[in-house]
Design a protein around this ligand. Structure first.
Ligand SMILES: Nc1ncnc2c1ncn2[C@@H]1O[C@H](COP(=O)(O)OP(=O)(O)OP(=O)(O)O)[C@@H](O)[C@H]1O
Length: 259
């Protein structure tokens, strides 16, 4: 279920603009890895290369290799749609399909990839995914009501249920709590802590306390100036990054001296 991610000499472009340069990183399965760094250093751009979402933009491309266990997801024979079913993504703003019921939101991945489930199979998928996202007890009596009727934090957990319903190997989260209140944020952080028992979780966050709370490893990205590419500066145990980083830039950033 959970897979190792290994980026080798990864360069990421928007047209001619090299946005992220030369990333080498080995992300462990069944763990939470946080990406931190100042605005514009390429955290989101790099995250979106991990499930080939980057290339949906015209002119956007990637050089280098991205291995999921031993398979390069950028191999010409690999279908990006398959990659996206193995590597799910949760976005900054909860984005349930507003007119769909809670139940249909959870099942959306199956509908999109054309998998037909019997009523009892789909009941089981819905219950398991909502339990996995710590949302079942709150919604089990209103599964046929629209997903848009939930609170922001519940909607984000519904999006996580939708992601885990298709049984991915990796879950990418791009600032999943930035639109949420502190209580909902804590619920998502607790959930992330549980998800790592089953999945490889990678989270972009601006909140350093959050990175410290949820992740085992942290990757610090930085940018030398406007128009320059973002680079991975330091990648280590989260406790080391926050207490005794090896690089001066990391220390300046985590101690709040810039960014
Ligand atoms: N669609 C795009 N087209 C062209 N350039 C882009 C696009 N999206 C991002 N960029 C550029 O790529 C670089 C990295 O941006 P990215 O959003 O990945 O940074 P980030 O570290 O996630 O920033 P933030 O913390 O502000 O979200 C920036 O210079 C940005 O302007």
């Amino acid at each position: 279920m959970s897979k190792r991610i290994n980026a080798i000499d990864l360069n990421v472009y928007y047209g001619d603009f090299l946005a992220v340069e030369g990333v080498n990183i080995d992300i462990e399965p069944r763990s939470v890895t946080a990406f931190i760094g100042p605005s514009g250093c390429g955290k989101t751009t790099f995250l979106r290369t991990l499930n080939r979402m980057h290339e949906v933009l015209p002119g956007a491309r990637v050089e280098g290799q991205l291995l999921l266990d031993d398979d390069n997801i950028y191999d010409t024979a690999v279908d990006p749609v398959t990659v996206r079913s193995m590597v799910g993504m949760v976005f900054q703003r909860p984005n349930p399909f507003p007119t769909m019921s809670i139940r249909d939101n959870v099942l959306a991945g199956y509908k999109l990839n054309g998998t037909r489930l019997s009523r009892s199979q789909s009941d089981q998928v819905v219950e398991e995914a909502l339990k996995g996202a710590n949302l079942w007890n709150e919604v089990k009596d209103r599964l046929d009501k629209p997903g848009s009727g939930l609170s922001g934090g519940q909607q984000q957990r519904l999006c996580i249920a939708r992601t885990i319903a298709v049984k991915p190997d990796v879950i990418l989260m791009d600032e999943p709590c930035s639109a949420l209140d502190p209580i909902s944020t804590l619920a998502i952080e607790d959930l992330i802590n549980e998800l790592k028992d089953t999945y490889t979780v990678v989270i972009v966050t601006h909140n350093m306390q959050q990175a410290a709370r949820v992740s085992e490893k942290t990757a610090f990205f930085n940018i030398a100036g406007t128009g320059k590419p973002g680079k991975l500066i330091e990648y280590d145990e989260t406790t080391k990054i926050f207490s005794n980083p090896s690089k001066k830039d990391t220390e300046n950033y985590v101690s709040g001296r810039f960014g």
